[in-house]
Design a protein around this ligand. Sequence first.
Ligand code: NDP
Length: 343
Amino acid sequence: MLSSPISVDALTDAVEEIFVAGGFSTGQAGPMARVLVAGERDGCKSHGIYRIAGCLRTVKAGKANVTAVPELQDADGAIVRVDAKGGFANPAFELGVPVLAERAKALGFAAMAINDCVHVAALWPEVEALTDLGLAAISMCPSYSTVAPTGGREPLFGTNPFAFGWPRPGGNPYAFDFATSVAARGEVELHHRAGTSLPEGWAIDADGNPTTTPAEALEGALLPFGGHKGSAISTMIELLGGAMIGDLMSTEAAEVLGSNRLLPRHGELVLAFDPVRFSAGRGTDPFAKAEILFDAIVGQGARLPSQRRYAARAESLKNGIVLDADELAELARLAAEGLGAVD
Ligand code: NDP
């Protein structure tokens, strides 16, 4: 029986056991447990343990291969390709990232295309995995159509997350990670569950009218962040993380899935840069220059992205992760009932 607060390791073991009980191989269950518990640890509830049920629902619907063994296909040049074989993205990422890092250090830059994966998670764990190795990183993927282009009326883009990380010697990296919709769809789902209204400007209903009602937003479309600018960045993600790597774009992923309640299958693009190689011969230290910029940002009273997350992480590592009674009961239910716990 779990009790709160719970250590990161104990919660990771518990979540892994739930996935194994749901039929996942340990190769799929371990990375999924690690990434969802990292979300919980860092105070990112929309990508924490709340996502377990969605993973199980997707498996039950036959839309994820939970015994898939990802395969590294290209590893000689600047493009590293991993075929996830219909399994989750995170086992494929964990397989490919050492090779991606080695290639980026050898060449100065490398890219990893993950194909045919089911995606659920936040992207910051991925860019952090690369900043931990001294590399700057960008990660992006399409999703399934839930976002209307600025000026349009119907879902076309996914919520298409985009993350960037920059290593900071001796400290947490500079990292940001966001949906290119005004908000992640998971945030709308949390408002729906809590019975609270959405802020204005997040969504339109099925007729294209602005709405603050979560159920109407889930039936209609989300809006891109930043108007035409977010719309263009989301288009770029469709092109680079979908068309360019030979994988599904968000409209195609939606057609394959045939539902808004399951997790989408598509591809993902991860880019890794070696700042030392890019600045070679210039007589400057990229990391020192970066620190001057970060100091200037903070010096104006602004905060760096991920600061809230790092504070939550420090608290969780010190005192354990706090779960409420409903969350503990849900974990117990999922552990006891496995795939039977979801519709
Ligand atoms: P948020 O808007 O919550 O946060 C975006 C980023 O901005 C974070 O790095 C956050 O840091 C930072 N930030 C927030 N407020 C400030 C501030 N005042 N000053 C400086 N920085 C700030 O993210 P979203 O809701 O858009 O996305 C949430 C998650 O959903 C992401 O992790 C994303 O990867 C994931 N997602 C995944 C999808 C998928 O298909 N797999 C689809 C869409 C989203 P901090 O965390 O410290 O607040």
